[in-house]
Design a binder for this molecule. Structure first.
Ligand code: AMP
Length: 221
């Protein structure tokens, strides 16, 4: 068993800040972020068979079928990054996905370090997703109210000038995404609690405060 390679799962509803926090952990600790949402969006953009199949579900705010997602993770696991520590953001999202992940890790003599649940009230989430946008060049995330650009039209980080808003970040699709979270994803919380690896943080605070709390519960400070 290689403890340095033990993966971490960031769990929480859409808009909880999983992507932002995963990227910060990645920058600080050299772990690799794996966001199934990002991989799927890249596949949609590239127009691959996977992307075409996933798009209908994503546009509707529904979960992509388990077999497709599990295949995608299995492929990723073959990559060299998977041998370092990695942070899963947006996976698993159902109990069958969690079970498949356990089997994949076991096969590689790996085990999960922790599952960090970011708790955020549903009411705050619509506002959070409605204002968010991303730099297309470096992937830095922004928000109209909570994290605006320092200079209009220019990325704070890479000085890029192109930004993208996700088509599923709207109030209507959010209702379906939240329903999917509560009905299909929330059951993995007791699954991991029973394994004794569930940690919970208050995801309602400022990004820095949430980051500090995640580090604290992970004993990384
Ligand atoms: P995210 O960027 O994590 O919010 O994911 C965007 C969309 O991609 C979701 O609303 C789903 O349609 C799809 N998706 C991402 N990850 C998964 C997953 N693990 N299982 C099923 N669907 C997923």
């Amino acid at each position: 068993m290689n403890p340095a390679a033990e993966p971490i799962i960031l769990l929480g509803p859409p808009g909880a800040g999983k992507g932002t926090q995963a990227r910060r952990l990645e920058e600080q600790y050299g772990m690799t972020q794996l966001s199934t949402g990002d991989v799927l969006r890249a596949a949609v953009k590239a127009g691959t068979a996977l992307g075409r199949e996933a798009k209908t579900y994503m546009d509707a705010g529904k979960l992509v079928p388990d077999d497709l997602i599990i295949r995608l993770i299995e492929e990723w696991m073959q990559k060299p990054e998977a041998k370092k520590g990695f942070i899963l953001d947006g996976f698993p999202r159902t109990v069958p996905q969690a079970q498949a992940l356990d089997a994949m890790l076991q096969k590689r003599d790996l085990k999960l370090k922790a599952v960090v649940e970011m708790k955020v009230d549903d009411a705050a989430l619509v506002e959070r997703v409605s204002g968010r946008f991303t730099c297309t060049k470096c992937g830095e995330g922004y928000h109209d109210s909570f994290k605006p650009l320092e200079k209009a039209g220019e990325c704070n980080k890479c000085h890029g000038h192109e930004f993208i808003r996700r088509p599923d970040d709207n109030a209507e699709t959010m209702t379906t995404r939240l329903q999917a979270y509560h009905a299909q994803t929330a059951p993995i919380i007791p699954y991991y609690r029973n394994q004794g690896i569930l940690l919970q943080v208050d995801g309602m605070g400022e990004m820095d405060a949430v980051h500090a709390e995640i580090k604290k519960v992970l004993n990384l400070i």
